[in-house]
Design a protein around this ligand. Structure first.
Ligand SMILES: Nc1ccn([C@@H]2O[C@H](COP(=O)(O)OP(=O)(O)OP(=O)(O)O)[C@@H](O)[C@H]2O)c(=O)n1
Ligand SMILES: C[C@](O)(CO)[C@H](O)COP(=O)(O)O
Length: 236
C-alpha cells in the first residue's frame, strides 16, 4: 500500500455510563487496559505510518505512561467526541493521504478488518464497517407507545475504524465547526459535506465498551479467541 495512512484513536471521553472511578479506557480487560488493544493492533501494521491517541486533558500523561510506546503520540482531546477527533486530525502529518478514525473503547478490532477497510478506501474513498441489526426496531414516543416498526433490512449499526481521504475529512470537520454541526460519528460529517460513504460488513465482535455488561462480553470474546488459537496451535 503506497498511501500514507494516519490513525486517530478517540479516547478522551469520561466513560460515565461505565460508572467506575477509573476511566473505562484504562480498565483491565483480560489483563490489559482496554485502550492498549487497538493501539497495538494499529501500531503493528506496516501500512500505518502514524498513530495519534486523543486522551482526556487530565489523563494525557497517564495515557503516555500506560501505552509506553514512543511511536504513538498522545494529545489532549475536547468536550465532545467530535472535538477530540478534530484535535487528533490536526496532529497528523500534512502528507497523510488516508485517515482511520477509531474509538479507543473498541478493543476487539482485528487487523484483517483494518486492512480490508484500507484496501477498499484506496478504491472507493470513504468507507466504514457496519453490521446489519439483528433485532426488530420500534420507533417509540416519549411516553412509551410504538409509532412504527422500522424496515430493519435497511438498518446497519456503524462501527469504527472509519476510513477517509485525509484532506476531505479535514474539510468536512472545518465545515462542521463553521456551522456548529455535531454528529456521533465521522461518516456523518463526510456524508454531509463531502459525499458518498460506503459500508463494508464489520464484525459483531467489534463492540464498543459502554456499560459494565460490555466489559463482561468483551472479556468472554477475548478468552474464546485465545482458546481457539491455542486449539489451532495444538492441532499443528
Ligand atoms: N469528548 C470525548 C468524548 C468521547 N470520546 C471517545 O469517543 C469514543 C466513543 O464514545 P463513548 O463510548 O460514548 O465514550 P464516553 O463519552 O467516554 O462514554 P460516556 O458517554 O458513557 O461518558 C470513546 O472511545 C471515547 O473515549 C472522546 O475522544 N472525546
Ligand atoms: C463512532 C461510533 O462508535 C459509531 O457507532 C459511535 O457513533 C460513537 O457514539 P457515542 O455517542 O460517542 O457513543
Amino acid at each position: 500500500m503506497d498511501e500514507v495512512v494516519g490513525v486517530v484513536i478517540a479516547a478522551a471521553g469520561k466513560g460515565q455510563r461505565m460508572k467506575t472511578d477509573i476511566n473505562k479506557q484504562f480498565l483491565l480487560l483480560a489483563g490489559q487496559p482496554v485502550l492498549k488493544y487497538s493501539v497495538e493492533t494499529f501500531s503493528a501494521l506496516k501500512e500505518v505510518s502514524q498513530v495519534v491517541v486523543v486522551a482526556h486533558p487530565q489523563e494525557v500523561e497517564h495515557c503516555r505512561r500506560l501505552l509506553g510506546n514512543e511511536r504513538v503520540q498522545v494529545v489532549a482531546g475536547g468536550k465532545e467526541r467530535q472535538d477530540s477527533v478534530y484535535l487528533g486530525l490536526r496532529t497528523l502529518a500534512q502528507d497523510t493521504k488516508l485517515v482511520a478514525v477509531h474509538d479507543g473503547a473498541r478493543p476487539l478490532l482485528s487487523s484483517a478488518l483494518v486492512l480490508s477497510l484500507l484496501h477498499k478506501a484506496t478504491e472507493w474513498g470513504a468507507v466504514i464497517p457496519a453490521v446489519p441489526v439483528k433485532d426488530t426496531l420500534k420507533e417509540v414516543t416519549d411516553d412509551g407507545v410504538i409509532v412504527s416498526t422500522l424496515d430493519r433490512t435497511k438498518i446497519w449499526q456503524a462501527q469504527t475504524p472509519q476510513v477517509f481521504p485525509y484532506r476531505s475529512l479535514v474539510y468536512a470537520y472545518e465545515q462542521a465547526v463553521a456551522e456548529g454541526f455535531y454528529a456521533t460519528d465521522d461518516a456523518s460529517l463526510y456524508e454531509r459535506y463531502c459525499g458518498r460513504v460506503r459500508v463494508i460488513t464489520g464484525d459483531y465482535r467489534n463492540i464498543k465498551i459502554t456499560t459494565p455488561d460490555d466489559l463482561l462480553i468483551a472479556e468472554a470474546l477475548i478468552r474464546a479467541s485465545r482458546s481457539d488459537s491455542l486449539k489451532e496451535r495444538n492441532r499443528q
